[in-house]
Design a protein around this ligand. Structure first.
Ligand code: B12
Length: 173
């Protein structure tokens, strides 16, 4: 997981399910992948934590994640699971979808992310090169990451300077 923000700046009480009402994530399993069990368990766990989950289910191509992002501009993250070891091929067009603004929020990936029993870091590095923002090992890491991303987004919003007044209006006063 990539570092997000300075944890020590403002230690706050951890949010609970009620605090997450109205927050939405998009979930699915990568395009070539029909493994359904973890997907259902993760959707259930996230809903139990108060999030609205748009679950696109198994065999979801990047284009369908992008369509869902356009239907749900408030989405905080796209969460992609993969078990069959073909996530790299399945996400080959992710960077394009992000460049076009069709996927506007962070992309989180988890599961069994390469073929074979021995895993090496190059498979993870390749995912970041494809445009993935966060790679997680365990579903339990999702809620802390989503909450941290939310906090960062709120802080950025708070830092935004109000739009400048048009020059003519400013001079007239
Ligand atoms: C059931 C199963 C199937 C069923 C799926 C039925 C269904 N509709 O779900 C069927 C028979 C269809 C199937 C097919 C195949 N399977 Co299969 N399958 C399994 C099996 C036995 C269990 C998977 C499962 O449901 N586990 C229970 C869930 C809860 O656990 P999990 O999936 O491991 O997920 C955990 C983590 O990975 C993580 N996680 C998962 N998703 C996400 C997402 C996020 C965001 C995060 C953070 C974490 C996370 O959290 C979960 C809990 O810890 C595993 C072997 C095993 N014992 O794990 C193989 C396995 C996943 N399958 C495998 C393979 C190779 C295939 C096939 C390619 C076989 C073939 N030659 O046809 C096909 C691929 C089909 C496809 N198009 O995807 C391999 C993958 C190997 C790899 N990646 O190196 C495995 C590991 C078996 C093996 N040891 O070889 N499979």
């Amino acid at each position: 997981m990539r570092p997000l923000h300075n944890e020590s700046a403002h230690p706050a009480a951890a949010p609970g399910p009620a605090d997450r009402t109205g927050r939405l994530v998009i979930l699915g399993v990568a395009a070539s992948d029909s493994h359904a069990v973890a997907n259902h368990l993760i959707a259930h766990a996230l809903r139990a934590q108060g999030l609205t989950v748009v679950n696109l289910g198994t065999c979801t191509p990047v284009a369908e994640f992008a369509d869902a992002c356009e239907r749900h501009p408030e989405a905080e993250a796209v969460i992609v699971g993969s078990l069959n070891g073909h996530i790299h091929e399945d996400l080959h067009d992710l960077a394009d979808a992000k460049r076009q603004g069709r996927i506007h929020c962070p992309v989180i990936v988890g599961g069994n992310l390469s073929v074979g029993s021995t895993k090496d870091d190059s498979a993870i590095a390749a995912l970041y090169e494809l445009g993935v923002d966060h790679v997680l090992n365990r579903p339990a890491e999702l809620i802390p990451l989503l909450d941290a991303l939310r906090l960062d987004a709120l802080r950025l919003d708070a830092l935004q300077v109000p739009a400048a007044r048009p020059l003519a209006a400013a001079v007239a006063r």
